[in-house]
Design a binder for this molecule. Structure first.
Ligand code: 13P
Length: 308
């Protein structure tokens, strides 16, 4: 007799094939959601998988902007976000109107927008980036002046690492789950785990990023953990990533850099909500065509430049 958890997963599987659906989950999702997903990845990997997917229905287990990206890239797919309240507080720090105002101050600058942003902001941008490709994409742009929005920590990381000393103007948004960690937290974690190598996400503050041994997107951390001979790692990103790290590397040890690295909206989707979404094909995320088309251009440019 299947237990309660496997009964839910069985129901998800059955509905998924009936509705010709695929489930995509971000690396920060709870374990039971990652286990139910067809693909688990970082923001860039998920946008590429969404763009290439042949499924008629995408169930996005992540936060709102991620589902919006899937809807921007292919308006013919039904894109479901099982919990509409799952927003990204970083994305909410900027609006298209505010960006238009800021652009007036830097008319020569290329507008480079982190994927953690609303569709209408992407529509005002020259190119989108994720944490796995931001430095590379800024390096490939012709412009010497960049307006980087909305994450100030990633923007500052790009400014410090761009190869040709571009002038980078930043926005004052940040991801609280990363920004909350300080240099003092790094010292305490290193003292508690002296043999561990520190991997930090570039959404962390500069003092944390500079104290890290390596800086990666969540996908980059997974790749590093798989390939390294290091046995112990301190993980400087949202703690949901630890489930997959430990599952894929059972003989290595992973510690969260800080218990403060927790994103509540990334934990709002449950198997029950996925089932309800698949049954009703609601709640659906769609983007008006006048916003979708320019936003698609900025995202497609990212997909092309990331591969260059
Ligand atoms: P990545 O998974 O691309 O590293 O991004 C983390 C994040 O901020 C998701 O909101």
């Amino acid at each position: 007799m299947p237990n309660f958890k496997s009964k839910l997963l069985y129901e998800v599987e059955a509905l998924k094939s009936r509705k010709k659906a695929v489930i995509l989950a971000h690396n920060y999702q709870p374990p039971e959601i990652q286990d139910a997903a067809d693909y688990v990845g970082d923001s860039f990997e998920l946008s590429r998988v969404a763009a290439e997917s042949k499924a008629e229905v995408i169930v996005f287990c992540g936060v709102f902007f991620m589902a919006e990206v899937a809807a921007i890239l292919d308006p013919h797919k039904v894109v479901l976000l099982p919990e509409m309240a799952a927003g990204c507080p970083l994305a909410d720090t900027i609006t298209a109107a505010a960006l238009r105002e800021r652009k007036k101050q830097h008319p020569e600058a290329a507008v480079v927008t982190y994927i953690n942003s609303p569709a209408a902001v992407k529509a005002e941008s020259d190119v989108c980036v994720t944490s796995s490709n931001a430095v590379h994409i800024v390096d490939t742009l012709e412009a010497d002046e960049i307006l980087f929005v909305p994450d100030m920590n990633l923007g500052s990381y790009v400014a410090r690492h761009t190869a040709n000393n571009k002038k980078v103007h930043t926005w004052n948004g940040c991801c609280e789950s990363h920004h909350i960690v300080t240099g003092a937290d790094v010292q305490a974690a290193r003292a508690a785990h002296p043999k561990a190598v520190l991997l930090a996400h570039p959404e962390c503050q500069p003092e944390v990023v500079e104290a890290a041994d390596h800086v990666f997107s969540t996908g980059g951390m997974l790749k590093y953990a798989d390939q390294t001979d290091d046995r112990e790692m301190l993980i400087g990103t949202e703690q949901g990533l630890l489930y997959r790290l430990q599952k894929e590397n059972p003989h290595k040890r992973f510690y969260s850099l800080s218990p403060k690295m927790y994103c509540p909206t990334m934990k709002m989707i449950t198997p029950e909500k996925i089932i309800s979404s698949l049954k009703t094909l609601r709640p659906r995320v769609a983007v008006p065509e006048d916003i979708r088309e320019p936003a698609r251009k900025a995202l497609e440019r990212m997909l092309q430049l990331a591969a260059s």
